[in-house]
Design a protein around this ligand. Structure first.
Ligand code: CDP
Length: 227
């Protein structure tokens, strides 16, 4: 079990920007009937508040003060988590160029991570879940045996983001995410690494299902259903 106090399990999918982890997590959630959690949206929501309020994302004290003043809530709707910032759904604003440029600096602030990791762990009360991000297997659910790290070459990832029509320097973000002191992007202990550079989504999903099978995910389901 991913938490000693709850009967549910978490599948942790980590990896750098545009490695395909959100799409893979979404398909997996549909197939296995899991709650899907995109933890990056939570860091993006805090960053949106930083941008909207004109706070310098590189001033950790100002960011820490702001995160104490805003109201973040996470709800589960239609099988997925949704973040509310001061009672509103932020929608597409989470993927704006300004947010892309500032999110890694904001995500490096320990007070931000502390708050969001607590929100992420609370979501396990809603059921088995797949959560994707940068520190899910290393920090949020370190006890889960179901850890996957999806990577792809920087060139492939840059092309994928450009095809989505977004201005996003994935390489810069990865360097910042990997270099930060608090919860850097790492391959978590015990994670299975999948290089998706030459794979289509369905192949990655099949590979993930193979790892989950080898680690007992499906036996766990049938054991639970025993009388
Ligand atoms: O979709 P993409 O992989 O480009 O990024 P995202 O998952 O939306 O995450 C945006 C940013 O949030 C990352 O570049 C990290 O700086 C931060 N993040 C994090 O620090 N920890 C997480 N668990 C998830 C995201």
């Amino acid at each position: 079990m991913s938490s000693p106090n709850l009967p549910f399990d978490a599948i942790a999918i980590d990896g750098p920007a545009a490695s395909g982890k959100s799409t893979v997590a979404r398909v997996l959630a549909e197939r296995l009937n899991l709650v899907m959690v995109n933890s990056g949206e939570m860091y993006r929501a805090v960053t949106l508040a930083v941008v909207q309020q004109g706070v310098d994302p590189c001033d950790p004290i100002a960011v820490a003060n702001l995160v104490k003043a805003i109201k973040l809530r996470c709800v589960v709707e239609n099988g997925g988590s949704q973040i509310l910032l001061d009672g509103e759904y932020p929608g597409n604003a989470l993927r704006s160029d300004d947010v892309n440029a500032a999110v890694s600096a904001v995500a490096a602030v320990p007070e931000v991570r502390h708050l969001l990791v607590a929100l992420q762990r609370e979501l396990l009360q809603y059921g088995d879940l797949v959560m994707e991000g940068r520190d899910i297997g290393s920090v949020v659910f370190p006890a889960t045996p179901y850890k996957i790290y999806i990577e792809a070459s920087e060139e492939v990832r840059r092309q994928r983001r450009a095809a989505e029509g977004q201005m996003d320097s994935v390489g810069d973000r990865d360097r910042q995410d990997s270099a930060r002191k608090t919860s850097p992007l790492v391959v978590p202990d015990g994670a299975e690494v999948i290089d998706s550079s030459q794979m289509v989504i369905e192949e990655v999903v099949e590979a993930v299902l193979g790892v989950l099978g080898a680690r007992g995910w499906f036996d766990r389901e049938s054991e639970r259903n025993l009388p």
